[in-house]
Design a protein around this ligand. Structure first.
Ligand SMILES: Nc1ncnc2c1ncn2[C@@H]1O[C@H](COP(=O)(O)OP(=O)(O)OP(=O)(O)O)[C@@H](O)[C@H]1O
Ligand SMILES: [Mg+2]
Length: 204
């Protein structure tokens, strides 16, 4: 579905990733682990195609949809989006109007993540965890084959974390490939496999 071969990346000459090889397997969750600064977010950006690798390739099979939940999303607070609008964006398809199935999917995911009562609030008026649940809803409302999730539950309370973990497990059961960057042992224990990134020093 999505295969990374010999991936390398550097920021202004500083190496971050070197010779990373992995594959998003259907019906499977891969945990990406490693210390702060080891390149987990960078790797997810390369897999999603929002950054281009310096070395190696990312191959996405034709027709495979990829959904990305980024770690840093503060910029979107500048937009006057409500919670409901933010989730609906996940069902946007160029050239077609929303259908009943789209509206139902939005309602269902908002109820599951307990943000339905916040539907008309602006993103910048939410707590950190409420905001994160909104972005998780926008990601999971998409019908993707591959979900790339960057520390999805880092800001969440125990109950919300459990709900998200249930969602992860369900998506795997229904055939999706999940790649999840995480520092949380409970979360990484849900994974079928793990890819650990080492800290890399700057080039001298
Ligand atoms: N835009 C950027 N410009 C320059 N260096 C960057 C940039 N983004 C990240 N880096 C550097 O690249 C390295 C990898 O960063 P990255 O965000 O991928 O790490 P991470 O494993 O996701 O860390 P964390 O656990 O803190 O989320 C770090 O050393 C970071 O300082
Ligand atoms: Mg990160």
């Amino acid at each position: 579905m999505l295969t990374a071969s010999h991936l390398g990346f550097r920021y202004a000459g500083n190496p971050v990733l070197h010779d990373v090889n992995l594959r998003a397997e259907p019906a499977s969750m891969l945990a990406v682990t490693g210390p702060n600064g080891s390149g987990k977010s960078t790797l997810l950006h390369l897999l999603a195609g929002v950054e281009q690798p310096a070395e190696g390739t990312v191959r996405r099979d034709p027709g495979v949809r990829v959904a990305l939940l980024p770690q840093r999303t503060a910029d979107i607070d500048a937009l006057p989006l409500t919670v409901a609008e933010c989730v609906r964006i996940g069902r946007f398809h160029p050239g077609r109007w929303p259908r009943r199935a789209d509206r139902n999917a939005v309602t269902e995911i908002m109820e599951r993540l307990e943000i339905a009562h916040l539907a008309r609030r602006r993103l910048r008026e939410l707590s950190g965890g409420q905001r994160q649940r909104t972005l998780i809803a926008q990601t999971f409302v998409q019908e993707a084959a591959v979900y790339l999730l960057d520390e999805p539950t880092a800001a969440l309370d125990t109950d919300s974390r459990r709900r998200v973990h249930e969602l992860l497990t369900e998506r795997v059961r229904s055939g999706a490939a999940l790649i999840v960057a995480s520092h949380d042992d409970e979360e990484t224990s849900l994974a079928d496999a793990r890819h650990h990134l080492e800290q890399r020093g700057p080039v001298r």
